[in-house]
Design a binder for this molecule. Structure first.
Ligand code: NAD
Length: 472
């Protein structure tokens, strides 16, 4: 049993004043693996005060000093890749096929930001004005459970690059991963108070960070519903907000697509992170004249996606993170059938041979129209909908007919045509033919997928305020 009973404030691991606890589980076995003692309002206040004390000196550090800190953070996280991987496997059920990318990527976010910082000019001349980009003030980060380590490192890296101190509130369901990551970050030896990490319930610690007058900026990744609450709380003191929220990504197969390469890519994008991903391409758009062919290939290809616990090196899909998430996914599968969609594959219940653990069947619905709830709402599990379209215009119109706009996928052979189509999609990112992640490019959503952008220069500037100094 793991007992996690410390939070990280002002450079030290301290016992929180809050006394509530939450249980931690292994989603592959449903067994309880530990408890975490949660911070409360007082802990949030202490963390904010520490970040506020550290801010004046930290915001005046030089670029070179901060580049150096980012390199130390990278080295400290990279040194414990295997411990972090084990924690993510145990507590989140992430398959090795995912952690092999996710953990090194999390460590590298410090180096990527160091490069952005090295190349970034904090001062520029605009007419008669000297324009200085200055840190907005103490920041708060609130992160979800589906990629706990990566979200913390990318938000922290950006805050450090900007010269901003920060209070981080991770998901209470990820405390084992957070504990090891915090130990790594502590090893990097940054000045105390620059970053503070407080486990706690969203409704208590997260809500306090969203309304506290000493927080100037909130960067949040999570559900659209909570994002809306944070935006409302932040309004009273006009905090700067970056919100990375949900998605219902269109995964568009064009009529010239080579199905040998497209079908595996479509499923990889649909089932990314076991379907628990805001960027998942969950609406598969198919030209109606190729529908039968595509359905047959999807049904065949899905058999190659092995579901299993993280100790199985071949498993590509892990369990849902919790009983609640399992039930949510099941309820959407039930809803799809009730609303008239047909199952191509999958359905209710656990996959054969996996009687324990919050594993769900990989599910694809056909006969879906874009107005059905399974096509409009984020399910956050391995459940995909196939929607047919007549022509390119209709494909664009279905793709854009959603409250979300985070990440879209195009699959075809004519790259110039796909570049032109990408321009018509209301989506923060458009991925052509399964291209890999680009950490320097902005990430974030149109419409209810959020506000603002993370990563690269756009992410850095979201922590900065321009100040014009005009001299005659
Ligand atoms: P969630 O919104 O329930 O929780 C996210 C974080 O917010 C947690 O730390 C939680 O404790 C905190 N929180 C909850 N209520 C709060 C409140 N009232 N005030 C302040 N903080 C509060 O999301 P989740 O269930 O942890 O994660 C799944 C959701 O996250 C999905 O909807 C998914 O689309 C979204 N997500 C988005 C992205 C993205 O980059 N766009 C990435 C991953 C996940």
């Amino acid at each position: 049993m793991r007992i996690i009973d410390k939070v990280y404030i002002d450079g030290s691991f301290v016992t929180p004043k809050g006394s509530e606890t939450a249980d931690l589980y292994n989603p592959s076995t449903e067994e309880k693996i530990g408890t975490v003692r949660l911070g409360g309002i007082e802990d949030a206040h202490e963390a904010i005060a520490a970040a506020k004390r550290a801010f004046p000196a930290f915001s005046r550090t030089t670029k070179a000093e901060r580049v150096e800190m980012l390199k130390r953070l990278n080295a400290a996280v990279a040194a414990r890749v295997s411990d972090l991987t084990q924690a993510m496997a145990l507590e989140y059920g992430a398959p090795q096929t995912f952690t092999r990318f996710a953990i090194p990527h999390a460590a590298s976010s410090f180096l990527t930001m160091a490069k952005v910082l090295e190349d970034y000019d904090f001062e520029r001349q605009m007419g008669r004005a000297r324009v200085v980009m200055q840190p907005s003030g103490v920041a708060a980060a609130i992160t979800p459970w589906n990629s706990n380590i990566g979200f913390i490192t990318s938000k922290l890296a950006t805050a450090i690059a900007a010269g901003t101190t920060i209070v981080i509130k991770p998901s209470e369901m990820s405390a084992t991963q957070t504990q090891i990551l915090t130990e790594c970050l502590h090893e990097a030896g940054l000045p105390k108070g620059v970053f503070n990490i407080v486990n706690g319930f969203g409704s208590i610690v997260g809500a306090e960070l969203s309304r506290h007058p000493d927080i100037a900026k909130v960067t949040f990744t999570g559900s659209t519903a909570v994002g809306r609450e944070i935006l409302r709380s932040a309004a009273d003191t006009f905090k700067r907000v970056t919100l990375e929220l949900g998605g219902k990504g269109p995964n568009i197969i064009l009529d010239d697509a080579d199905l040998d390469v497209t079908i595996p890519a479509v499923l990889r994008m649909g089932f990314i992170n076991s379907g628990q991903a805001c960027i998942a391409g969950t609406r598969i758009l198919v030209p109606s004249h190729r529908l039968d062919e595509v359905l047959a290939r999807l049904k065949q290809e899905i058999e190659t996606f092995k579901i299993g616990a993280p100790d199985d090196p071949d498993a590509m899909i892990g369990p849902m993170v919790s009983q609640k998430q399992y039930d949510r996914v099941q309820s959407y599968i039930e809803l799809g059938t009730r609303q008239g969609a047909c199952l191509l594959t999958g359905g209710l219940g656990r996959p054969a041979g996996l009687e324990r653990g919050w594993f769900t069947k990989l599910t694809i619905f056909t006969h879906v129209n874009n107005q059905m709830r399974i096509a409009r709402e984020e399910i956050f599990g391995p459940v995909l909908s196939v929607i047919s379209y007549r022509d390119e215009d209709e494909a664009v119109s279905i793709a854009n007919d959603t409250p979300y706009g985070l990440q879209a996928y195009l699959h075809g052979t004519d790259v110039a045509r796909m570049q032109a189509l990408a321009d018509r999609l209301e989506s923060g990112r458009v991925v052509v033919n399964g291209a890999p992640h680009e950490p320097l490019a902005p990430f974030g959503g149109f419409k209810q997928s959020g506000i603002g952008r993370e990563y690269g220069v756009f992410g850095l500037e979201a922590f900065l305020e321009p100040k014009a100094v005009i001299a005659s």
